[in-house]
Design a binder for this molecule. Structure first.
Ligand SMILES: [Zn+2]
Length: 65
């Protein structure tokens, strides 16, 4: 099994777009993680706004495996 570690940053406006892209590309539903406001400025995949969501199956330290 391939590990899916792709993740995309999305602003509030484009999170739906990113979600569709992810499902289309990966064939699976990703996790959507809210980024804390104090995090670094990371731009959205679709625009130059600050992203507020990280869309992807990123490994979480609270999750085993
Ligand atoms: Zn955007």
């Amino acid at each position: 099994m391939n590990k899916t570690d792709k993740a995309y940053y999305a602003c509030d406006e484009h999170v739906d777009y990113i979600l569709d892209d992810y499902i289309y590309a990966e064939g699976t539903f990703p996790q959507i993680n809210k980024i804390e406001p104090n995090d670094l400025w990371i731009t959205c995949e679709y625009c130059q706004n600050k992203s507020v969501y990280l869309v992807g199956n990123v490994s979480s330290p609270t999750k085993c495996g």
